[in-house]
Structure formats: structure tokens, C-alpha cells
Design a protein around this ligand. Sequence first.
Ligand code: NAP
Length: 273
Amino acid sequence: MQNLNKRVAVLGLGKMGGILLQAFLEKGLISRETTYGTDKYTERAEALGKEFGIRVSADNAEAARCADVILLCVKPQTVKEVVEVIRPELNPGKLIISIAASVPSSYIENLLEAEIPVVRCMPNTPCVVGCGMTGICKGRYADQGHLELAKTLFEAVGRAVIVDEKHMDAVTGLSASGPAYIYVILESLAEAGVKVGLPRDVATLLAAQTALGASKVVLETGHHPALLKDAVTTPAGCTIDGLLELEEGKLRVTLIKAVVRATQRAKELLMCE
Ligand SMILES: NC(=O)c1ccc[n+]([C@@H]2O[C@H](COP(=O)([O-])OP(=O)(O)OC[C@H]3O[C@@H](n4cnc5c(N)ncnc54)[C@H](OP(=O)(O)O)[C@@H]3O)[C@@H](O)[C@H]2O)c1
């Protein structure tokens, strides 16, 4: 991939910040010499600096001063504190990309005293294997170029889709929380395999590869999942018996309720300071 020629600061090198930084470096989108990271504690920052081969400190202001693109990867409750610290280092030529769940771009804009572009992104943990899903939206002062830059970054770790900001909590409830739902489904399918006599490792492989395959078919054919399900379901065959159990166990309504509940929770996170 082509180097973006941008100086990037990743503020909050935790789980997601670390995944993204690692991927952007590996893909050659950013250079080690012009990339900065921060963590809350100096000791951990030093260790992270060695791990990633970039400059890492506990000084958010300095990192923001040295960067064109500032990736905000701290917890939602820490956003205010960090934005207030970096505020004097910002100007409209810089871009803030925030991945904080439930933090509207307007919240960050209101903390700033200038028209600084903000792009809000909601990735998920499968970014770690280059198979992430990220929802992206722009704040008031961001333009198409800023959106495209964010899309290029997040397409380096999977797929990315631009949405209206009003949908970002739904993106959080569906694709950001989604890997957890899928892991529960995979764990259950593997458990089922064990119940019907398969070794656990074989059962887990069968479950995970089946989920991957079914997902690829949906993405690559664009066919409606219901049609694809019908194609697997032969009259009086085995699958229809399995599907009937899923209906009786209310799998559909349970998954729908899980996404609705997680979306509602995403609307509340910032208020839990
Ligand atoms: N995990 C996910 O699946 C996921 C998906 C999408 C979006 N997100 C969003 O990504 C953000 C980070 O989540 P995470 O799961 O990566 O959490 P995390 O692992 O706790 O990462 C947050 C990092 O920020 C550091 N930090 C705290 N205060 C700081 C400060 N003042 N300056 C610099 N760094 C500071 C923390 O350091 P210490 O640990 O030393 O305090 C930690 O390393 C959140 O806003 C979350 O909503 C997460």
C-alpha cells in the first residue's frame, strides 16, 4: 500500500490502538519515524515504544503537536481529558480520528475552540487479522478528503463503510460488539459438535470455517441470507430439523434484542463518566 505521507499520533495504545497502529505500520501506510504513540503511564509507554519501534510517551500534547492525523483511541470517559490537553496543539490543518464508542463528533468539536476536522470511526477487533469492519462518519468541519483518508486507513484492516453519524450507535451495537455474539455462536456450535461425538478441535474448526464460508458467500454473491438458507434446506432433510430447533429457541429474536440492547447502551456510555 502507498504511504500516506502523514505524521500520525495514536493516543491510547491499548487493545484497539495497538491493533490499528501495528496494521498501519505493517501495511506501510505510515512510517515509524513519523508516528507517535501515547499511553497513560511512562513505564508502559517505554515498553510500547520498544515493541512498536516508534516514539511512545505519556505526553499527549507533544504527540499531537508532532502529528497531522491524531487517532483518539482512549476510552470514551477519557476523551474529554485528552482533548482538553491536546487542544492548544491543534489547528484546522490537522485531523482528529476518534474511535471512542458513543462519543459524538460534536462532543469533541465542542471541546475544541477552533474548526478542527473530526472523523468518527467504529472498528472491531477482527481488524487484528485484517478482517475488521469499520463504520465511518464525518463531523461538522471534516470534508470528503478527510473521510477518504480515514477510509484508506481502515480498509487496511478490513472493510469500511461511510454512514450518517445518526447510525454510529447502531454500528457499535452490531459490528463493533458483533464479534462477541459470533464467538458465543461458535463456542456453542463447537460444544454441539462435542456432544455429537467430534473431537473439540475438529468441532471448532468445522464451526469457524462454516461461519467464515457462509459470511463470504453473503458478501461475495450479495444474495439475501434467507435465499441462501433455503438453498441448504432440502425438503424433509436434516437442516430443516435443525432450523426448527433454532426457531423454538428464539435465536432470531434473541440476536435482534442483543443488537438493540447494545445500541441503546452505546447511547449511554458517555454519560457514565
Ligand atoms: N475493543 C473494541 O472492540 C473496540 C471496538 C471499537 C471501538 N473501541 C473503542 O476504542 C477505544 C479503546 O478501547 P480499547 O478496547 O482499546 O481499550 P483499552 O485497551 O483500555 O485502551 C485504552 C488505552 O488508553 C490508555 N489511556 C488511558 N488514559 C490515557 C491518557 N490520558 N493518555 C493516553 N492514553 C491513555 C490506556 O492506558 P492504561 O491501560 O495504562 O490506563 C489504554 O492503553 C474505546 O474508546 C472504545 O470505545 C473499542
